[in-house]
Design a protein around this ligand. Structure first.
Ligand SMILES: Cc1cc2nc3c(=O)[nH]c(=O)nc-3n(C[C@H](O)[C@H](O)[C@H](O)COP(=O)(O)O)c2cc1C
Length: 330
């Protein structure tokens, strides 16, 4: 069974990927309840944390019910990353994850995120210093390489392991690919097959069906799957995969009642966490996904995403249940 430091995980664990504006406490709680074995926060700027920027600091909020939880930070300045570690530790996460995979221009131009894939010695040096700074297990999330001509992930992963990381999650795309094309899991399998590798190697990218998770486990031999987009609007995905592993059969798609209940709880948890105004505002982006596929839904969606008053949104949920309660999701 794979372990991250002392954290024992089940066979082929499913990890909720860090996702900006998505992997917040309410969403993480829903994923955890529905089978995610490890959850990660969205990425948090080390520079923002040091400045005590409220937007970064609130992202450190974690709750007992979601453990084991990893807090992900990004940056490329050694001092900032070390100070960020000290701040992150105060939130008492189970894991600290370093983001070496974000492809966005404003991040990579500062050598952070996937930008650091152009400077592997710096990547290793930063990682080593961060591992030394904390007693918590440090994990890394990265991509295959900067571009298709510079895929050295087997060597990079081994170097990161040798300076003390406890697990690595690899998105099977290069930085240049951004989110285009298909994730290539072969180089991730090569990392796993390196006989010197002994930490868990988790695969990431395009695990969007239970069958894909089976392929990642059985054909590519990876230690677990990190799941991102497939969970958006579908926090049930983790249990769907686990059910398929156990039975070879698909769970039925969640009913309208289950979807409304999830949306309701999502909104309530967001309000409890951030207050009425922000809770209502920040949960809006999830409704389209919870109710995807319902014909002529626009009128109801508009009710959910235009009111600032949670009572209106809860009323819209009731209306949807009343009107579309029998709708069969694909
Ligand atoms: C909306 C969104 C936000 C993301 N934010 C982050 C992030 O904060 N940190 C990170 O390491 N990756 C981030 N990613 C990348 C995902 O963690 C993951 O690597 C990628 O989506 C591929 O996995 P998937 O095919 O399962 O979605 C983000 C992806 C999406 C779609």
């Amino acid at each position: 069974m794979p372990k991250i430091g002392d954290i024992e995980l089940p066979d082929f664990p499913l990890l909720l990927a860090p996702m900006e504006d998505v992997s917040d406490p309410p969403f993480r709680a829903l994923c955890k309840e529905n089978g995610a074995d490890v959850v990660y926060t969205e990425f948090i700027s080390s520079e923002g944390l040091i400045r005590d920027a409220a937007k970064s600091v609130i992202k450190l909020d974690i709750y007992e019910k979601e453990r084991p939880v990893g807090i992900q930070i990004f940056g490329a300045e050694l001092d900032s990353m070390l100070q960020a570690i000290d701040i992150v530790e105060q939130s008492n996460p189970d894991i600290i994850d370093i983001n070496f995979g974000c492809p966005v221009k404003k991040v990579v131009c500062k050598n952070a995120g996937a930008g650091i894939l152009r400077d592997i010695p710096l990547m290793v040096k930063l990682t080593e210093a961060m591992v030394k700074r904390t007693k918590l297990p440090v994990t890394v999330k990265t991509r295959l390489g900067w571009d298709s001509d510079s895929i050295k992930i087997v060597d990079v992963a081994e170097q990161l392991q040798d300076v003390g990381i406890q697990a690595i999650s690899i998105h099977g795309r290069t930085r240049v690919q951004m989110y285009k094309g298909h994730a290539d899991w072969k180089p991730i399998a090569a990392v796993k097959n390196n006989p010197r590798m002994h930490i868990p190697v988790f695969g990431n990218g395009d695990v969007d069906t239970p069958e894909a998770a089976v392929r990642m486990r059985d054909d590519f031999g990876l230690d677990g799957a990190m799941i991102g987009r497939a969970s958006i609007g579908n926090p049930w995905f983790f249990n769907q995969v686990k059910h398929y592993f156990e039975t070879g059969e698909h769970l039925p798609s969640p009913t309208m009642e289950a979807r409304v209940e999830a949306a309701r709880r999502h909104l309530q948890m967001a309000i409890d966490w951030k207050g009425e105004k922000l809770g209502v505002f920040e949960t809006r982006r999830h409704y389209t996904n919870y109710f995807k596929g319902i014909p002529h839904f626009k009128e109801y969606r508009m009710k959910m995403v235009t009111s600032d008053d949670s009572a209106d949104v809860f009323a819209a949920f009731d209306e949807v249940l009343e009107k579309f309660g029998d709708f069969q999701f694909a």
